[in-house]
Design a protein around this ligand. Structure first.
Ligand code: ZN
Length: 341
């Protein structure tokens, strides 16, 4: 038996750290924050323990809590006070994200990234205005068997809206813009809008390979963004496809995306790894609400050690090639990393 090679030699206690290939830091994380214009008080999100929807008045306090853990960046999601077929509150100067962004950027040092999409703002819950064929005479939506399900969101009309939303966020002080709607041409439209209005310095983090995933379930509680009919499979990616992700992401890179994101993270680490090898851009991965909720649920039953699996999850995402990790575990894991050092 030839045992010249014994990998166990390097697994002994005092050498492990020296040969460790991957480590996590609070600066790797982006914490999602939900700001809700329909409430005056903080409301816990039942399916995402430890997370809340906070009113605009509490948005600065909420972000200060994040900063105390060592996490330096937040991703803002907004729940507007009203919704309509076009999602017009998404680009309102006094909209929920615009107002929260103004306060957070003027009162804290947080790096503020804003989610740019329409699904929380449209009354039908899709990521853009619907194609005309799907609307009734009075402009209301009528969905029935006569609808061609392929014609849901009007891609090109949505691009105009995304341009307006991104500019309104930048005007409010957003540090980075993150379009999540998976519309064709969205990065180019937003880049053009930002540059036209003098925001050449504001980077775009594109949700470049966003899959039509069942792991988003709990988020829909958090952001009130469930589609009123159908699903998003005609614009988000088919979970079966990996080569398509390269094509999809390459288009965003060509359109000027500064950071490329994969969402969800854990079920799609092969895609994160592929992107890492294929592109020189920073790669982000979104460890989504379902990935968070299932670990919490199992630990509540005593089946998993929450602290250990949360850390291992984020470490795996980074090892696969992500530079930035959006995660609901951001604060908890960052706090423990700071305790350790
Ligand atoms: Zn959306």
């Amino acid at each position: 038996m030839d045992l010249t090679h014994r990998p166990r030699r390097l697994r002994q206690d005092r050498v492990r750290g020296l040969v460790s290939e991957t480590s996590l830091e609070p600066a790797d994380f982006i914490a999602p924050v939900f700001v809700d214009a329909t409430t005056d008080e903080r409301r816990p999100i039942e399916t995402m323990p430890g997370h809340e929807r906070v009113p605009i008045d509490e948005s600065v306090a909420r972000v200060e809590e994040v900063l105390e853990t060592g996490v330096e960046a937040v991703m803002l999601f907004g729940i507007p006070e009203s919704k309509d077929p076009e999602g017009t509150r998404a680009w309102a100067d006094d909209g929920v994200v615009q107002e929260a962004t103004r306060r957070i950027t003027s009162e804290t040092d947080a790096y503020v990234i804003t989610d740019v999409c329409l699904c929380e703002y449209t009354d039908h819950g899709h990521c853009g205005p619907l194609e005309a064929e799907l609307r009734g005479e009075d402009g209301s939506h009528e969905h029935g068997p006569e609808c061609d399900p392929i014609r849901t969101v009007d891609n090109d009309a949505t691009l105009e809206a995304l341009d307006r939303i991104a500019v309104s966020h930048a005007e409010a002080g957003a540090d980075m813009i993150a379009p999540s709607g998976m519309m064709d041409g969205m990065v180019a439209a937003i880049r053009a809008g930002l540059d036209r209005e003098g925001f050449e310095h504001v980077p775009i983090m594109s949700y470049a390979a966003k899959y039509e995933s069942a792991f988003y379930g709990p988020f829909r509680d958090a952001a009130d963004g469930a589609p009123a009919f159908g699903d998003r499979r005609h614009y988000q990616m088919d979970p079966a496809n990996a080569r398509e992700a390269m094509r999809e992401v390459r288009l965003d890179a060509e359109q000027g995306a500064d950071v490329l994101m994969v969402k969800p993270a854990l079920p799609y680490l092969d895609i994160v790894g592929d992107l890492r090898r294929e592109f020189d851009h920073p790669i982000a991965a979104y460890n989504v609400s379902g990935e968070y909720a299932m670990l919490h649920a199992a630990s509540e039953k005593g089946w998993l050690d929450l602290e250990a699996v949360a850390h291992e999850s984020l470490l795996s995402i980074k090892r696969a090639g992500a530079d930035l990790i959006l995660t609901y575990f951001a604060e908890d894991v960052a706090e423990r990393l700071s305790d350790r050092s």
